[in-house]
Design a protein. Structure first.
Length: 187
C-alpha cells in the first residue's frame, strides 16, 4: 500500500495537485484531500494528548485510535477502498461505555479545559467533529464508507468523555458554562 519515499520532496505538487493512493491526481483543496487532511490533523492532535501523562487504559485506547485514524486516512486517500470496519466503531462504543461508567451525569455544558491534558483532548474532539463534517461533505460528491462517518462521530464522543476523565485525573475540575444572564448577575 502506498509508495515508499526515498526522497521527501518530489516537486509533483508544486502546481497545486497531489496524488491519491490509486495514482490519480486531484487538486490539493479537493473534498477528498480536505477530508483525509483533517483526519491527519486529528491524528496529530491525538498525538499531542498522548504526549501528556495519561492513565494506562486511556493511553492504550488512544494509541489504537491513532492506528485506526491512519487506516481512515488511507481509506479516504484511495477511492473505493474500505479499511474502517464496523468493529472499529463497536470498540469505540465499548470504550465509551467503560470510561463513562463512573462519571457523574452531565447537568450543564462543559467548557473546554479543566487541565492541560483535558484541554488537549477537547481540541482533538473539535478536530474530530470537523473531520466528520469534511467526510460528510465528501459524501455529497463521492461514495464514502458509512462506518467511517460513524467512527468519527463516536470518536468525538469518546474524546469528550476522556477529557472529562483527564480533568479529574489531573486534579483539575470541569469548567461549567454559565449563561450570559447569570454571569452578568455575578459581575
Amino acid at each position: 500500500m502506498g509508495n515508499r519515499l526515498s526522497k521527501i520532496y518530489t516537486r509533483t505538487g508544486d502546481k497545486g495537485t497531489t496524488g491519491l493512493g490509486d495514482g490519480s491526481r486531484v487538486d490539493k483543496d479537493s473534498l477528498r484531500v480536505e477530508a483525509y487532511g483533517t483526519v491527519d490533523e486529528l491524528n496529530s492532535s491525538v498525538g499531542l494528548v498522548l504526549a501528556a501523562d495519561l492513565p494506562d487504559e486511556i493511553r492504550e485506547c488512544l494509541v489504537r485510535v491513532q492506528h485506526e485514524l491512519f487506516d481512515l486516512g488511507g481509506e479516504l486517500c484511495m477511492p473505493g477502498t474500505t479499511l474502517i470496519p464496523d468493529s472499529y466503531v463497536e470498540n469505540l462504543e465499548r470504550n465509551l461505555d467503560t470510561f463513562n461508567e463512573d462519571l457523574p451525569p452531565l447537568k450543564d455544558f462543559i467548557l473546554p479545559g479543566g487541565s492541560e491534558s483535558a484541554a488537549r483532548c477537547h481540541m482533538a474532539r473539535t478536530i474530530a467533529r470537523r473531520a466528520e463534517r469534511r467526510v460528510i461533505s465528501l459524501t455529497h460528491d463521492q461514495p464514502v464508507n458509512e462506518a467511517s462517518i460513524r467512527y468519527l462521530n463516536r470518536l468525538s464522543d469518546l474524546l469528550f468523555v476522556i477529557s472529562r476523565l483527564l480533568a479529574r485525573a489531573d486534579g483539575g475540575t470541569e469548567v461549567i458554562w454559565v449563561h450570559g444572564d447569570q454571569r452578568a448577575q455575578t459581575d
